[in-house]
Design a protein around this ligand. Sequence first.
Ligand code: ADP
Ligand code: ASP
Ligand code: MG
Length: 261
Amino acid sequence: MFSPVVAKFGGTSLAKGSQFQKVQSIVSLKKSRSCIVVSAPGKRFEGDKKVTDLLGEIHRLKQSGEVHEGLLSEIQNRFEEIHCHLNLSGDFILSRGEYLNALIMSKSLGYTLVDAKDVIFFNDDGSLDEKKTHEAIGKHILKEKKVIVPGFYGSDPRGSIKTFARGGSDITGALIAKCVGAALYENWTDVSGVMTADPRIEKSARTIPRLTYKELLRVTRQGAQVYHPDAIPPVESCNISIHIKNTNSPEEPGTIIKGDE
Ligand code: ADP
Ligand code: ASP
Ligand code: MG
């Protein structure tokens, strides 16, 4: 894998089957898009629920001893009972949206699935084990031609699943971009880049074509959900540009983020 483009697709880009087709055509348009990071299915429409929120709800219900209705819930209950019996953390359940989306995407694109539990490692205090993560990404990802990695989670020192903060698939993508020496980190979402305001609230919001890492940090710390602030340092430290693009309008230029000129 020579200076690949790492492309992360957010939950908004993967909320339903027709969105997967858009992602497939974007990936196949550029050969260098050889390392793909995916989130769990997000909201399909205003008022919809994200799969990660549904998984969190299932875990809470199970812990409080409430019973689920229906066949699907029965299957969930079976797995939940096994999971609770083994005393595994809620993070495992929370992470399954990313895992299943990555599995489906690997089948439909013909890319190799590399599980995030084998390449992203946390220390006991919740910080990233940078050395182990760097080595594992080198070992498992660089040798492959085309890979899919689920975002949002990794392993703790005992091998249990541990998640980043919500919105953390951006961080997975940035870490992988750093460790593979990516030519570019593409972050695909449902808006055409970083905008002057949240377009859901401010209809006249415009795309900002260029930002520095520092400016992006300021905007995201002020609450712009479009990119996770913790996903800036890994790419900034290696001067890898971030390109925020819209899966629903790939022809739009989006926002490019680089260091000071
Ligand atoms: P993804 O599922 O791709 O990770 P997110 O929902 O996390 O996407 O982030 C995209 C959302 O961020 C947009 O739908 C938009 O409503 C919101 N957002 C908030 N502030 C901004 C901003 N300044 N510029 C762009 N999008 C913003
Ligand atoms: N699916 C996770 C969340 O909803 C991670 C992400 O979307 O980046 O927070
Ligand atoms: Mg997000």
